[in-house]
Write a protein that binds this ligand. Sequence first.
Ligand SMILES: [Ca+2]
Length: 165
Amino acid sequence: MKRFLIGSFALALFLYIVALTSCTALSRHTSEPYDRDPEAAGQIERAAADWCAERGYPGSKPTLPFRFDACSWWIDRFGDADWRHCCQEHDYAYWCGGSAEDRERADDQLASCVASETNLVYGWLMRSGVRVGGHPAVPLYFRWGFGHEYAGCYPEAAASSQSAP
Ligand SMILES: [Ca+2]
């Protein structure tokens, strides 16, 4: 009975957090120093915009501002290992959006980057997490294409459903 109550509470808390963050964008940076330094915040926002522009806006030009939370719902350093910069590059790609292939490439690069800072298993673990939690259908603020209003799918799927009779 006690285990059931604890499990129910954990599930309710998880659903509450999901409901709270679903389909919304972060209103501000939640990672230091961007959360308290407007100049640094402007720099990382410009870096994200440049990253996306250099790739020709694969998911069209983002309409929502870039907000950085480091490795979403995950730790970004442990001991001497620090893989926050991997999540920063990955966040640029996720904010920008694009095709399923673009996302797979971004997730592969995240795994490779994290593995270079930690080990192959940890890189694989993070890749597995973002493959599930970052799908564009997942209504969370860090989903694929979070620089765009929630569509629930990749841009090519949205375009083909709009052109269907
Ligand atoms: Ca993030």
